[in-house]
Design a protein around this ligand. Structure first.
Ligand SMILES: Cc1ncc(C[n+]2csc(CCOP(=O)(O)OP(=O)(O)O)c2C)c(N)n1
Ligand SMILES: [Mg+2]
Length: 595
């Protein structure tokens, strides 16, 4: 059969063709748990010189790790599980990736094609438990491959959808007998099957440029779409050019360095008062949202003050998010980086032709920095024992590497992380707030660190693994998915986990007090104290306990210097409430807005 260039192709196994596509897409690691009905694929990955198989302890961990790999590299990641439970165990992790627009190829096994519909063990075909159907609502494409010849065609379609427009996961289900069958494809260059062009509307860009130049109090709200698109530098250029103040959504925390003079910090969930007062106030005359979906966690339950009296310019790659909650004046549909490049070009040209940005922000007092920026500054400098959650984070801040990638899991610790950390230039903050699954922050850093280690190994530094991935998680997140720390130890993946131990589901305990007239739910405090550091040591990780002020700096630098997985347990005063804000009202079903 001829290939795209017209030459004739020798027959190869479907498996070889499939793996060649993964290599061409730069997806060098496959995360998963091998099993009979996907065995040929796993074996093929293990034997392939350019691929690496990472066997996790649970398929959910595999999906989370693939997500962490893709979120930090902006490249496709791969996870796989065998038929039946191996496949269903992937679902939560895949849903996380779908909610946050993370590109991922998900592969599941199937009984041999001749046995489909006859009740084979672990059969999950459309005639039975429909695994393809289960993945449909949480992927951009979910298909059962019906013949070996069609495998590559399905794969190309899956890759095109995963990596075009708003990225996301895709799923293929493959009968076990297909892998060894002949296939005659050599159509491997990604440029031949998925577009790399980025579209934008020039008229809309010109309209936005004009409104932004004219604004007296231009303000940007940056969301995770800007991070997905790699537009952080472009955001900074635009903000400086316009002298616009900048808030981020919780998920995009750090998209503009939070110590930048124009940074307002985080708007919404556990955010900062400067951002809240500015964006909900009456000063701002033009608000430009960049890849922010304007969901509950950023908008204080869709507070109308965010929109009142302002010109609203909304940029999103997904047309369905434009004008979903607030009417827009200018809609910009497309990739954030592409549109910001064009917008900056327009603004530069207008300035060259005599226009000058109308920003009057410089007439206002400069934004507050230091401890005063946070809601409870006294708790950041407190010497109290047990430690306050604020104090050890202020200590941590002093010792964070300049290029740290900080993950957070879901819980009260996440609210403290969003509020109390200052993410600086060169650092990244990663959180799965779209789906909000516990365990993501525990496992995803392993994928990120593997990707980072690979990048270093391929560089002139010659493979020295310096740890830059740090994950701050809760004790209950640790007990839910913490077995993957064994995976990290086995593969020597350099991540430092900091487990904030308050001996309970802190967010639920404090939230329950708020919604039930001061009476907390007691069943979520542990019956026996949890010894996190001891459990970590049993899993093969060096571990430290931090329980005093000023101790974190030294312990973190020791943990980072190991170049291997390590854990720090921080014992804190659990009675201090995380910044719950409007979330508690949502839980209680209230519709009120906090201003
Ligand atoms: C998979 C999953 N199950 C349940 C929840 C609901 N939930 C959110 S946070 C939380 C408790 C987190 O406890 P911990 O990790 O100790 O963090 P803390 O709030 O104490 O800081 C629960 C049960 C969730 N988000 N994800
Ligand atoms: Mg806890």
């Amino acid at each position: 059969m001829p290939d795209a260039s017209g030459s004739t192709v020798a027959l190869q196994r479907a498996l070889d063709v499939f793996l060649q596509y993964l290599v061409a897409e730069g997806a060098h690691v496959v995360f998963g748990v091998p099993g009979g009905l996907l065995h040929p694929f796993f074996e093929g990955v293990e034997r392939h010189p350019q691929l690496r198989l990472v066997v996790t302890k649970h398929e959910e961990g595999a999906a989370f790790m693939a997500d962490g790999y893709a979120r930090t590299t902006r490249k496709l990641a791969v996870c796989a599980g065998t038929a039946g439970p191996g496949a269903t165990n992937l679902l939560t992790g895949v849903s996380c990736a779908f909610a946050d627009g993370v590109p991922m190829l998900v592969l599941t096994g199937q009984v041999p094609s001749h046995a489909i519909g006859r009740g084979a063990a672990q059969e999950t075909a459309a005639t039975d438990m429909d695994i393809v159907g289960m993945f449909k609502p949480v992927t951009k494409y979910s298909a059962a491959v019906e013949s070996p010849e069609r495998l590559a065609q399905h794969l190309r379609r899956a890759l095109r959808l995963a990596l075009t427009g708003r990225p996301g996961p895709v799923h293929l289900n493959v009968p076990v007998d297909f892998w060894s069958k002949p296939a005659d494809e050599i159509w491997f260059d990604p440029k031949t099957y998925r577009p790399t062009t980025h579209l934008f509307d020039r008229t809309a860009v010109a309209a936005a440029a004009e409104k932004l130049l004219r604004a007296k109090k231009p303000t940007l709200l940056v969301g995770s779409g800007a991070v997905t698109s790699g537009a952080e530098e472009h955001v900074q250029t635009l903000a400086e050019l316009l002298q616009a103040r900048v808030a981020t959504s919780p998920r995009a925390k750090g998209a503009l360095a939070e110590d930048h003079p124009l940074s307002l910090g985080v708007l919404g969930f556990a955010g900062h008062k400067q951002a809240r007062q500015t964006l909900l106030g009456t000063d701002v005359d033009c608000l430009f949202t960049i890849g922010a979906s304007l969901n509950e966690t950023t908008t204080f339950n869709w507070n109308p003050s965010l929109r009142t009296g302002k010109t609203l310019i909304q940029l999103d790659i997904d047309a369905d998010r434009i004008g979903r909650s607030y009417p827009v004046d200018v809609a910009l549909v497309g990739d954030a980086q592409t549109i910001l490049v064009e917008l900056v070009y327009h603004i530069h040209r207008a300035i060259r032709e005599g226009a000058s940005p109308g920003s009057e922000w410089s007439n206002e007092p400069p934004l507050v920095r230091g401890h005063e920026r946070y809601d409870q500054p006294a708790l950041r400098t407190s010497d109290a024992i047990p430690l306050t959650p604020q104090r050890w984070r202020a200590d941590l801040q002093e010792a964070l590497p300049e290029d740290a990638i900080v993950f957070s899991d879901i819980g009260g610790h996440m609210l403290f992380n969003i509020h109390e950390l200052c993410v600086k230039k060169g650092q990244k903050f990663v959180i799965n707030l779209g789906f909000g699954s516990m365990g993501h922050g525990t496992c995803a850093p392993i994928g990120a660190a593997l990707a980072s280690k690979r990048a270093v190994a391929g560089s002139a530094e010659g493979g020295t693994a310096r740890t830059r991935v740090i994950s701050i998680i809760g004790d209950a997140c640790f007990t839910m998915n913490g077995m993957e720390l064994i995976t990290a130890a086995e593969y020597r993946v350099p991540v430092v986990w900091i487990v904030e131990n308050n001996q309970m589901h802190g967010i639920t305990w404090h939230g329950s007090k708020l919604v039930s007239g001061g009476r907390p739910m007691e069943s979520i405090r542990y019956q026996r104290p949890l010894e996190i550091a001891a459990i970590a040591r049993a899993m093969g990780l060096p571990a430290w306990v931090v329980d005093r002020p000023q101790q974190m700096q030294q312990v973190l630098s020791e943990a980072l210097s190991m170049g291997a997985p390590a854990l720090i347990e921080v014992r804190v005063d659990g009675s201090i409430s995380p910044p719950l804000g409007d979330r508690a009202k949502t839980v209680a079903g209230f519709k009120g807005h906090e201003t």
